[in-house]
Design a protein around this ligand. Sequence first.
Ligand SMILES: C[S@@+](CC[C@H](N)C(=O)[O-])C[C@H]1O[C@@H](n2cnc3c(N)ncnc32)[C@H](O)[C@@H]1O
Length: 243
Amino acid sequence: MSEQAASYQAMPSLSPYVGTDRYDHPKEDHKFIAEQLRRFVDVDRPMRVGDLGCGNGELIYFLKSQFPHWEYSGFDYTESFIDAALSFEGLAGVRFRVQDLLDIAETFEGVLCTGVANIFPDVGELLDKLLSVCESGGWVLIDGLFNRHPVDVRVTFRDNSFPESQGLWRTAFNQHSRESITTMLRGRVRSFEFVDMIMDKDLPFDPAKPAVNSFTFRAADGHNVLTNGLNLIVNRTLLAIEK
Ligand SMILES: C[S@@+](CC[C@H](N)C(=O)[O-])C[C@H]1O[C@@H](n2cnc3c(N)ncnc32)[C@H](O)[C@@H]1O
């Protein structure tokens, strides 16, 4: 097996984001995000919302059912995910673009970025971009593995459980400490808050799926803990920023 520098690889052939069944089963994370939006944002107000790294647009689809008066735009650099969004009739009329989120030049009143921060070894690059596309007085919601301990973790892994990923060194599941993020945001935004994302739905290990996919186990206190074939405990956190 050849060695190579680790990069993020979307791997559409192994991904659930090209199937249409996803739209009917909103992720627990996405339901949680809608709940939190009700807490942080004046959701009755019409607004322009950008979802950066939107995948197949399933978060937009769910939010549209909750907040139909918002105007949504979705961006992702993986063409097959955007194709899935564009060919799903439930998302007809929503604007989707194949684009690297780092190249987006327009601005929004609300910015969503979910499942993406862990891909960036340097979260500062991503946060700078999200703040630059967010209008003053607007909001950014981003989730990640934001460590309570002052420890930043950069991860490279090789998942040999499937032929498509065999031999490929990849990066994801990077953890950014709340302390590092606090240092980056302090003085630049009106307010920000970290919210634990509790995952109490059972997600059994499925040997038919890539070993890096998530599953849960039950801790002694009765709560589920999210992990995956990297043997990492994945503490998901939502970061809500008011700019
Ligand atoms: C784990 S998926 C999350 C998808 C979706 N946000 C969700 O919550 O279901 C990560 C997505 O980020 C996209 N992505 C990663 N880096 C990106 C970048 N620099 N620009 C645009 N999309 C990116 C990938 O193509 C993939 O669709």
